[in-house]
Design a protein around this ligand. Structure first.
Ligand code: ADP
Ligand code: MG
Length: 248
């Protein structure tokens, strides 16, 4: 039986007078991998931040495992942020003054209140999972972009989230490092992690996504299986977008 993990209903987000999200109604099932694609400025990052409660929607609702999040007290929201909060950004946001292991341990100790030994064990397990355990004592400056991003993924996973949200995780990487990060993400997907991934990596979208959501102008314009979407996009906006991609 499929269980709905995240549901958004008529979600809107304005910045001042600017309507960035204009009414999005979609849901993400447990274990599903959603790949969100669409032109720059279409609201993809804003949408992810609303899912993760980094932003408060202007109207509409976000529910997580059936619980509506609007109007929850801040301390309840904090707990939910942890569950939903596995967020990986384009920029890795690692602390330069801490080594790899310390970066992964930080939130486990400060936010989850784990002991040093408990945090150590979890952090090492997660670093091993992304192939970065041997770099545990190195500082971010000495790592490649792909390695930093793998540490950032380990840090997010260490918090044991039920959903991982990725916002263009490979866009800042040199081309030869994109593969190692996508491969970690693919492993996660194969292990059943629920994921929402904003990316321009169409190969990843085709091979890993259960569903493509195409965003433009603040709406999810169309959704579909990768096979259907790429072979036969329904909207003019999506046809136009894909046409431009193929022409570069
Ligand atoms: P995408 O990730 O698809 O490129 P974004 O969600 O980043 O799109 O941005 C969508 C629109 O919202 C853009 O026009 C952007 O300038 C605007 N926007 C995003 N964040 C803010 C903000 N904090 N304040 C004002 N405008 C914003
Ligand atoms: Mg963005």
């Amino acid at each position: 039986m499929t269980k709905t993990m995240i549901a958004v209903d008529d979600l809107t987000k304005n910045y001042g007078k600017k309507e960035v999200l204009k009414g999005i109604t979609e849901h993400v099932d447990q274990g599903q991998v959603i790949v969100v694609i669409g032109p720059s400025g279409s609201g993809k990052s804003t949408f992810l931040r609303c899912l993760n409660l980094l932003e408060t929607p202007t109207s509409g609702t976000v529910s997580f495992e059936g619980q509506q999040l609007n109007g929850l007290a801040e301390k309840d929201l904090d707990q939910l942020r942890e569950k939903m909060g596995g967020m990986v950004f384009q920029s890795f946001n690692l602390f330069a003054n801490m080594n790899t292991l310390e970066n992964v341990k930080l939130a486990l100790m400060k936010v989850k209140g784990l002991s040093d030994a408990e945090a150590d064990e979890i952090a090492k397990t997660q670093l091993a999972q992304v192939g970065m355990l041997e770099f545990a004592n190195q500082f971010p400056d000495s790592l490649s972009g792909g390695q930093k991003q793998r540490v950032a993924i380990a840090r997010a996973l260490a918090m044991n989230p039920e959903v991982m949200l990725f916002d263009e995780p490979t866009s800042a990487l040199d081309p030869e490092m994109v593969g190692e990060v996508l491969s970690v993400m693919k492993d996660l997907a194969n292990n059943g992690m629920t994921m929402v991934v904003v990316t321009h990596e169409m190969g990843f979208a085709k091979s890993v996504a259960d569903q493509i959501w195409f965003m433009a102008d603040g709406y999810v314009q169309e959704t579909g299986s990768p096979e259907a979407f790429f072979a036969n996009p329904q909207t003019e906006r999506a046809q136009d977008f894909l046409g431009k991609l193929l022409n570069v």
